[in-house]
Write a protein that binds this ligand. Structure first.
Ligand code: MEV
Length: 331
């Protein structure tokens, strides 16, 4: 047993948010902002988790943590939940020193929680000599269970899939279908709206809409599912004009759900006016990021338009898409 550092990428939702919670399809790409988790196993039955969000490492015994993650501070809940899944899966109640670090703030909504969860499980597996026994599908399965546990059952798992597999993925059936898409990822400009999205509240808002009008909502979600299929074909053909139109149509449906904000609207409109093929919010809505599909000629104009749209706190995030999934870092 030795110490191991593993990294996992954040993600950007391309198309299909909210509908994906109900098993419909989405497209997601991994981004080149990563979370790193270092694990060193201990044989004294203790766990210590160091993260920049806590002044002191969180310390507990394996016996105490074995039960529930809810007693752990918010800042380490995903790591604790990942540990519990690992213990349950392997039956090995190994203690550990765990340290996390991240290239990016949680505020962007780029999937730092799912990345830290996938990286923790992989790092535990590698550090305890079980790397060969847990493949990517196991890391996804355990990671998704860990995330659902912390989030009270809310979430589709698309973010855990991006953290685990990387690249650009077609994701459907809450993980039943995870298909890596070949070819280059779409050329996007990413605009942060300056506001952290209340994801859980928005997912609950959509659930309430669906409870009130199940047929209309399911029809809307089936339409989004079709759009995702068309977008996948357009992406593979490199038909960005068509992909941009599909993004705009998806955004129109998200607007009917009421998950947009004035800030996101301003950034999306500015990007379209500056010549983007299409633009939409990315993720739950209510804040976080928007994406605009561009080419080399329109990219600088769209970036300028987002920066100058008059949205306080808004910024262009320079990220690359299609980043590799969870991986062991060299010592
Ligand atoms: C949030 O980034 C995307 C949602 O579809 C929730 C989820 O899929 O877990 C709103």
């Amino acid at each position: 047993m030795s110490h191991v550092t593993v990294s996992a990428p954040g993600k950007l939702m391309l198309l299909g948010e909210h509908a994906v919670v109900y098993g419909y399809a989405c497209l997601v790409t991994a981004v080149n902002l990563r979370v790193r988790v270092t694990v060193a196993p201990r044989d004294d039955g203790k766990v210590a988790i160091a993260t920049l969000d806590l002044p002191e490492p969180f310390a507990a015994s394996v016996d105490n943590l074995h039960g529930s993650s809810s007693e752990a501070p918010q800042a380490v809940r995903f790591v604790v939940s990942a540990l519990q899944q690992f213990w349950r899966e392997t039956g090995a109640l190994t203690g550990a020193d765990i340290a996390t670090a991240s290239d990016f703030t949680q505020a962007y909504g780029l999937g730092s929680s799912s990345a830290v969860t996938a990286a923790t499980i992989k790092a535990l597996a590698e550090a305890t000599g079980r790397g060969h026994a847990l493949d990517a599908s196991d890391i996804f399965r355990l990671g998704f269970a860990a995330v659902l546990d912390v989030q009270g059952g809310i979430g589709s798992g698309f973010d855990v899939a991006a953290a685990t597999y990387g690249g650009t993925l077609y994701y459907a059936g809450r993980g039943a279908e995870i298909v890596p898409l070949p070819g280059p990822p779409p050329p996007l400009v990413v605009g942060y709206s300056g506001i952290k999205a209340p994801t859980t509240r928005l997912v609950q808002h959509v659930a309430a809409l669906r409870a009130r009008r199940p047929e209309a909502m399911d029809a809307g979600m089936r339409h989004v599912d079709d759009l995702v299929g068309e977008a996948q074909a357009a992406l593979l053909d490199g038909d960005y004009a068509q992909l941009g139109r599909i993004m705009d149509t998806n955004q129109a449906w998200l607007d009917t759900l009421g998950v947009g904000t004035a800030a996101l609207d301003k950034l999306i409109t500015a990007a379209r006016r500056a010549g983007a093929y299409g633009a939409k919010l990315s993720g739950a809505g209510g804040g976080d990021c928007m994406i605009a599909l561009v080419n080399d000629a329109t990219r600088p104009r769209v970036e300028r338009a987002i920066a100058q749209a008059g949205v306080p706190g808004a910024e262009v995030l320079r990220v690359e898409m299609g980043a590799p999934g969870v991986q062991v870092e060299p010592l």
